[in-house]
Design a protein around this ligand. Structure first.
Ligand code: PGA
Length: 249
């Protein structure tokens, strides 16, 4: 399947910096037919800017979170319908930084995925174990539990989600899972998805966690790694484009 390389800018950027970064990416893509799909997930405040910079380009855009509520008295929240209003194709849900700093439960993440799908926005559902969980041999149980909550909530729409395996200990640390370690978990997730939908071939499973220009090719060469969710390296146009170039069909 076509791979997806999605940038997660996290809480970085400004009007000027975003414009320069996107422009550098679009210039770098000129005359190139990338083999991968691309997306950039920006802070929500900048989604209007992303829409104006990226409309008509090969790069889609998305948000880094979405409300579990549909609308109403939820101060500070942003609904899936609002994301759709700005033509977001994706919304990351359940990123470990949100699970950790905002105490998002599996149930809340599942509701967010459901809201996104209902509004026509593809959720990028993040799962991943902490170092303590890996050391306690709980990796498989943790990622399966996190994904099961989403599958249970979205039911027949399971084939429309994107999954991102992001081992928490690899995020922003420079410690990448080896391609073999990542592949082993991806195979578990693939099996779980295959049991839940008649169209498992539609579901991309991305790897995230210190993926960069140097290690992308070996990770993306694994049979069950269908792309990457890129944090730090998505803030540099050249690095992001090198990862895109490393994604073969
Ligand atoms: P990183 O972040 O690439 O900076 O490790 C990945 C992510 O958190 O999505």
């Amino acid at each position: 399947m076509t791979k997806l390389i999605a940038g997660n800018w996290k809480m970085n950027g400004s009007l000027a910096a975003n414009q320069a970064l996107v422009q550098a990416m679009l210039e770098g893509l000129q005359g190139i037919e990338p083999k991968a799909e691309m997306a950039l997930c920006a802070p929500s405040l900048y989604l209007a800017q992303m829409q104006s910079l990226l409309t008509g380009s090969a790069i889609a855009w998305g948000a880094q979170d979405v409300s579990a509520q549909e609308q109403g008295a939820f101060t500070g929240e942003i609904s899936a319908a609002m994301l759709k209003d700005f033509a977001c194709r994706y919304a990351i849900v359940g990123h470990s930084e949100r699970r950790q700093y905002h105490a998002e439960s599996d149930a809340a993440v599942a509701s967010k995925a459901q809201r996104a799908l209902a509004a026509g926005v593809t959720p990028i559902v993040c799962v991943g174990e902490t170092l303590a969980e890996r050391d306690a041999n709980q990796t498989e149980a943790v990622v399966k539990r996190q994904l099961a909550a989403v599958i249970h909530a979205v039911a027949h729409c399971t084939s429309e989600i994107v999954v991102a395996y992001e081992p928490v200990w690899a995020i922003g640390t420079g410690k990448t899972a080896t391609p073999e370690m990542a592949q082993a978990v991806h195979a578990v997730l693939r099996k779980q998805i295959s049991a839940a939908t008649q169209h498992p071939e539609r579901v991309k499973i991305l790897y995230g966690g210190s993926m960069n220009a140097a290690n992308a090719a070996s990770l993306l060469a694994q049979p069950d790694i269908d792309g990457g969710l890129i944090g730090g390296a998505s803030l540099k146009a050249a690095d992001f484009l090198q990862i895109v170039a490393a994604a073969q069909l």
